[in-house]
Write a protein that binds this ligand. Sequence first.
Ligand code: PEP
Length: 296
Amino acid sequence: MRVKLGFGYVYARLSNLTSVAPSARLTVEVFAGRIRVFRSCGEYWMRRKLVVGNWKMHGRMASNTVLLNKVVAGVRDLKGADFAVCVPYPYLAQAQSMLQATNVAWGAQNLNQYEEGAFTGAVSPGMLSDFACRYVIIGHSERRGLFHESNDIASAKFDAALKAGMTPIFCVGETLAERDAGVTEQIVATQLDAVLDRAGTKGLAKAVVAYEPVWAIGTGKTASPVQAQAVHLFIRQRVAKQDSQVAQALCILYGGSVKAANAAELFAMPDIDGGLIGGAALIADDFIAICRAAQK
Ligand code: PEP
């Protein structure tokens, strides 16, 4: 979306756009989790909050209709953040038809890195593009753990998603044993480096990263805002070593038992740019409340 806006309107909508001179005329492009601002003196990027629901293997046609109708109605007026749901493959057509004229984007939870071939049961990037998916979750801990996806496979999928024009939501995070052993940063760095080595910072510039401590996913145990912020900052600083502009614009979501009750304090941290939401994304009121928290 590319809109030419006068200053007053931009200022009202993007209250943190403080560095803009009152008389400036701007062109703004809104992307997944970030905003590109063009001015006569150049261009720069700002981060924008993003909330993504990961439905995992949940949903049926009838219940999805109810859930999506409620979510669409509940977030319709929330203009200060981006929203999406990543649904199971069979419901992509339903998501596309119900969401296409709304401010809720849709995506998938996985893809195969190959475009076609004898891969029974697999779904290619091109197939997801046929349903106009904007996002695809890559390297979720359930894919890594239950389906044995290595860093190499995750990074190949990341690359395939980018080549197909989708925004990968690339998940990183440590297990409880790894946190207890004091190797959180080492684990996250290895996961992140796998995509940096393959796609470079140019690739990462078109992606979203989700920090999801494995011990917090679906367990009801949330990382404290301070714990999460520390890892988000670590991720940003690691990217900044290669490209400070990409790092500054990188949208980094937190995932792991985010609920309506804890979303606002997590999203208030300086390097937390929104959330990847599992269980709470299946309950319309909870998901809407989390989306509202991203607006604050
Ligand atoms: C997830 O599935 O990515 C997730 C964070 O799940 P939950 O919110 O249920 O912990």
